[in-house]
Design a protein around this ligand. Structure first.
Ligand SMILES: [Zn+2]
Ligand SMILES: [Zn+2]
Length: 342
């Protein structure tokens, strides 16, 4: 194995291409991983359509939701063996700053936007080179199934986990947007908390899916959503998770909070809302969340291994990445879109 196919961003404003590139050699602390599954994600579309200046510059191989098998280990790597199934964290972190030392890898002081598939070579290739500290053992979990756990499922888990101390029996949690991330959030809330779960969306199918996954109430969002939530919860929810993040959803979210509640925003919807002491519920707060940490990844791998979360996916072959991206763009994918490798 000297060379391999990789699906790469070469220049801003130009569609990605398949290229023949050398198979990388793992150095100290690194693993070479044979790819099994690579989740495609809206972030990929954003990167592909992005002008220069925001993301780290190409060339780089796309693909940030990666899982596979350890093919080769660099010197001094311990804790892994060839053939181990591993999940690769989409969050890149240093693991030595004070934030990482506290397990807050999502807040790492030394890493910003770059990660695998975003500046560094990602997993849309036969092999990916990773730092061993970014790999999580999958055990009996199939890496093809596990791929979306590297980003989408983990981001959602982190958001829910932030609110777990408040979500005691008698509490309520609202999930706005129960497509990708939100559908995971409903499952985590059901598995890990005693909260009454209220799902809100603009699409009927997603609401019935949310009910199937454990939502107690589910309804189409409209101008009266906040009022309905206030009625259902007798004075507001303890947590509102907004996976959309546009102006209407942020407005609904802020108006649905009980005293001391939190609006947790994970949706990059470009919304804007006026904030101020008089405008939101007393003692309430706003949490802007991005990413997840190693404890989160290990915990969702455990949940998935025990069969406690549903991970619906549509598979696309490696030579059909463009079909997968088109399907993602037209929102015609059932579950997550995952590229598989022969
Ligand atoms: Zn992603
Ligand atoms: Zn760090």
């Amino acid at each position: 194995m000297d060379s391999m196919q990789a699906y790469q961003m070469l220049e801003w404003g130009r569609p990605p291409e398949y290229r023949e590139v050398p198979v990388p050699e793992p150095k100290a602390g690194q693993l070479l991983v044979k790819m099994a599954g690579a989740g495609l994600c809206h972030t990929d579309l954003t990167i592909i359509h992005s002008p220069a200046g925001f993301w780290p510059d190409p060339p780089f191989t796309l693909g940030h939701e990666n899982a596979g098998w350890v093919a080769k280990m660099g010197p001094d790597v311990s804790g892994f063996q060839e053939g181990d199934g591993v999940l690769i964290s989409a969050m890149y972190f240093c693991n030595y700053c004070d934030k990482c030392a506290r397990g807050l890898h999502e807040q790492c002081r030394n890493i910003g936007l770059p990660g695998y598939g975003v500046g560094y070579d990602g997993g849309l290739a036969e092999y990916i080179l990773v730092e061993a500290k970014h790999a999580v053992q999958l055990g009996t979990l199939n890496p093809v199934e596990a791929a979306p756990l590297a980003d989408a499922a983990a981001t959602s888990y982190h958001a829910v986990k932030l609110m777990m101390p408040q979500l005691v029996p008698g509490s309520s949690a609202v999930v706005i947007g129960v497509g990708g991330l939100g559908a995971y959030a409903v499952q985590y809330l059901k598995q890990l908390t005693a909260a009454r779960i209220i799902a809100v969306d603009t699409v009927d199918d997603r609401l019935s899916n949310a009910k199937r996954l454990g939502a107690d109430e589910a309804f189409i969002s409209d101008g009266d959503t906040a009022e309905k939530i206030q009625d259902l919860t007798q004075g507001g929810a303890d947590a509102v998770f907004d996976f959309v993040g546009n102006t209407p959803t942020l407005t609904t979210g802020l108006s649905s909070l009980s005293q001391g509640a939190r609006l947790v925003v994970a949706g990059i919807g470009g919304g804007e809302v006026p904030m101020g002491w008089e405008r939101i519920s007393m003692n309430a707060g706003f949490i802007n969340t991005r990413g997840f940490n190693l404890p989160d990844l290990n915990e969702i791998v455990a949940l998935a291994r025990e069969g406690r979360i549903e991970m619906a996916a549509t598979h696309f072959a490696f030579d059909a990445i463009e079909t997968g991206l088109d399907a993602l763009e037209s929102a015609s994918v059932a579950g997550r879109a995952v590229v598989t490798f022969s």
